[in-house]
Design a binder for this molecule. Structure first.
Ligand code: SF4
Length: 296
């Protein structure tokens, strides 16, 4: 073996003389073979594409089966967000107008609640001009209130319109759920909710709402679910409805079909909440943007 051959030993097998002749046009083989394959052009927006189940789309604030909100306003999602896209203000359930002159505690199932326990998320905003859909917020959430849907249509005409408010993000009430505020299921604590032990509204809750809000549209279905005449509310999983369209109304309707509840939603994986979830001081809120301020 010569000195030159010792220096360079190609690892790839060398092409034969025929392959060397056709090498300059070999790349056209890919083009030619593709000409006879089916077209893969997506017909979006006429036909929407269902992304993978774990696709990170628009966020959703989930509810328990009796209609109470899962968010307790702890702000952990806001603190976990690397893009500072989330703004939360918690409030006490005791301050709801329905509870005037009444003390509401975490282990107290009486009185009006927006969410189980002492606190609820009064203001919740996500600035989608900042959000990078990393999912750290949903990992930080102690109650599995925050999950991400498959909804990828997040375009808008104005910058302020890209700041989604709580009503834009809140999961719609499923059939049989009772609109909040209302008392917790009698005899339960917030831990029972986190553990997935609440499976639907009860007659006592329905009676309370009938007394305070007789015109409430959810009463009839909740009454049927509470009395066993209808199945308990079911939490829906990922599914993108083809007739969804852009806009706030469509977003709201689409949330019902998209549903971000994971398969383990409501299981004990979410039972990590502390007894004092709203302990973040007001001073810590001051660094967050104002409700309608666009800071992207
Ligand atoms: S409960 Fe979850 S969604 Fe609500 S403020 Fe805390 S981390 Fe955010």
């Amino acid at each position: 073996m010569s000195e030159r051959e010792k220096e360079y030993q190609p690892l790839r097998p060398q092409p034969g003389p025929i392959a060397e002749i056709f090498a300059p046009v070999a790349g056209f083989g890919v083009t030619l073979s593709s000409m006879f394959k089916p077209t893969v052009t997506e017909q979006y927006p006429r036909k929407k594409v269902q992304p993978q189940r774990r696709y990170h789309g628009r966020h959703q604030l989930n509810r328990y089966a009796d209609g109470l909100e899962k968010c307790i306003g702890c702000e952990l999602c806001a603190w976990a967000c690397p893009a500072d896209a989330i703004y939360v203000e918690g409030a006490s359930n005791a301050d709801l107008p329905e509870n005037a002159g009444r003390e509401v505690r975490a282990d107290d199932s009486g009185g009006a609640h927006m969410s189980p326990g002492e606190r609820y998320g009064r203001v919740y905003q996500i600035n989608y001009l900042r959000c990078i859909f990393c999912g750290l917020c949903i990992e930080a959430c102690p109650t599995r209130a925050l999950t991400m849907t498959n909804d990828y249509e997040l375009a808008g005409n104005t910058r302020s319109g890209m700041i989604y408010e709580k009503q834009d993000l809140l999961a719609p009430l499923a059939e049989g759920m009772l609109a909040a505020p209302h008392p917790m299921v009698e005899g339960t604590t917030d831990t029972d909710y986190y553990s997935g032990d609440v499976l639907g509204p009860t007659t006592a809750q329905v009676d309370w709402v009938r007394e305070h809000r007789p015109e409430d549209e959810t009463l009839e279905a909740a009454q049927a679910a509470a009395s066993g005449q209808a199945p308990a509310p079911t939490l829906r999983k990922h599914e993108l409805r083809p007739d969804e369209g852009p806009g706030a109304a469509e977003r709201s309707a689409g949330a019902a079909a998209v549903g971000s509840v994971r398969e383990d939603e409501g299981s004990t994986t979410g039972a990590r909440a502390t007894s004092e979830p709203g302990s973040t001081s007001e001073a810590q809120l001051t660094g967050a943007p104002a409700r309608t301020e666009v800071t992207a």
